[in-house]
Write a protein that binds this ligand. Structure first.
Ligand SMILES: Nc1ncnc2c1ncn2[C@@H]1O[C@H](COP(=O)(O)OP(=O)(O)O)[C@@H](O)[C@H]1O
Ligand SMILES: [Mg+2]
Length: 298
């Protein structure tokens, strides 16, 4: 009797029916690593909390939160997405109108009477829930400054539901301020989406510095889960050069999954759906599935 062979990167073994605009590549200078296809789970929780973090805006944090979450849910993982940016882009990307919300994560952080179940809402993806936010959250950043244990506010807020989920993905705001520090202080890992642009490398040193400080002072268990190259354009020498530098600097931390630049992602924001549902067989959807497999394996 032979055991079924593990499938090696089905994303590339079976090309999608509709030829994608671009096909995902492996970061240059490194052979593709083996990543098993995740098996089913017997039960759920306790959740691994991942902070999706980069103080630069427009690098794909929110897009990656939605689509990694949806891909993890496809693999049977229970996922909570936390919108921790007052802009509320994560909520919008999932079809929620932030200004119409009566309760958001702000109420959980700042008020006693609200319970997390009043605020969590399901998404169109089975197994994936959302803790929404809106512009009120920007007030929390100011108000929290004078609180005792201000850096642990998010951790206290999500603690009651960690047993129900396998992954909690926190979509951070584009700054290294108190909200982001809260996310790092309660996270098991940081996932850093990095735009394949020369200048994006500059900010990473500062981010690493903040991560080290949080590890020293607030959260020794915090690890860097990985660095995700986004907005990758395989046709340009520039992105390949940037990628080579990133791999030189961060080695194994760089995910094999690379997210190509494609208009499909802005389209999904308008649709209010993850790409895994909006364009199921697209290269973008397959790339986030590949990322989900790596995240589960790490
Ligand atoms: N791989 C990609 N290719 C092209 N556009 C993208 C890609 N990922 C994200 N975008 C678009 O870029 C903009 C910024 O992305 P977003 O995920 O909101 O970044 P951040 O949360 O880091 O600010 C959005 O309009 C989004 O639709
Ligand atoms: Mg964002």
């Amino acid at each position: 009797m032979s055991n079924p062979q593990p499938v090696l990167w089905p994303a590339t073994d079976q090309p999608p029916e509709n030829p994608p605009e671009q096909t995902a590549e492996v970061p240059p200078g490194r052979p593709r690593r083996f990543v098993p296809v995740p098996g089913p789970l017997d039960g759920h929780g306790p959740a691994t909390v991942l902070a999706m973090c980069n103080q630069k805006g427009g690098v794909g944090k929110t897009t990656s939160t939605i689509n990694l979450g949806a891909a993890l849910a496809e693999y049977g993982r229970r996922v909570l997405l936390v919108d921790f940016d007052p802009q509320g882009a994560l909520s919008v990307g999932l079809g929620v109108q932030p200004h119409q919300l009566e309760t958001t994560i702000y109420n959980l952080l700042m008020e006693k009477g609200t319970t997390i179940d009043d605020v969590i809402r399901p998404t169109t993806v089975e197994g994936m829930d959302l803790l929404p936010s809106n512009i009120d959250l920007s007030a929390a950043e100011v108000q929290l400054v004078t609180e005792v244990g201000r850096e642990q506010s998010l951790g206290r807020t999500i603690a009651p539901v960690l047993d129900r989920y396998d992954y909690v993905l926190v979509d951070c705001q584009p700054s290294l301020g108190l909200l982001t520090v809260n996310a790092l202080a309660c996270a098991d890992g940081v996932l850093i989406p990095l735009e394949c642009e020369f200048f994006s490398l500059r900010g990473v040193a500062l981010l690493m510095d903040t991560i080290e400080k949080v590890q020293d002072r607030l959260n020794p268990k915090l690890e860097i889960t990985g660095i995700l190259a986004t907005m990758y354009d395989p046709r340009t020498l520039h992105t390949r050069e940037v990628m080579t530098r990133v791999v030189e600097a961060f080695g194994e931390l760089v995910f094999d999954a690379v997210i190509n630049r494609t208009v499909r992602f802005p389209e999904t924001t308008v649709a209010g759906e993850p790409i895994t549902r909006w364009a199921t067989r697209s290269a973008g959807a397959e790339a986030y599935r590949a990322l989900a497999r790596e995240v589960i394996a790490r």
